[in-house]
Design a protein around this ligand. Sequence first.
Ligand SMILES: [Zn+2]
Ligand SMILES: [Zn+2]
Length: 118
Amino acid sequence: MKCEFCHKDLIKTMGSLGEPISIPRIGIIHRSCAEQECCEFCGEKVFLNNETKGEAIYIKSVGAGHALCAEQDLVSKHIFSSRTHLKNISIFELYELRELVQLEINHREDANIEPELF
Ligand SMILES: [Zn+2]
Ligand SMILES: [Zn+2]
């Protein structure tokens, strides 16, 4: 098992890089790697400001960022303006958009699932 960020073996490097933690949609990474990772949009630590800036997401073409920062970035590029056609959006922006849409869908689907009682 390897860290998604530094690609070092998680078990062998546990002593120096911290215990492995699991990040949704990113994978398993070292605790210290998580603490070092900065948001590509606001530059703050991506896993430490989750209350105000949304959960960490990983966009292949961009890197790690807060969900809310990524959303604001897209809005500022006018991707959601009615005059924008999908054909005019670069493939990298489409990747970003796909991540955000998927995240929103997951949130809504999770909210709709009633907890099962046994
Ligand atoms: Zn690592
Ligand atoms: Zn951010």
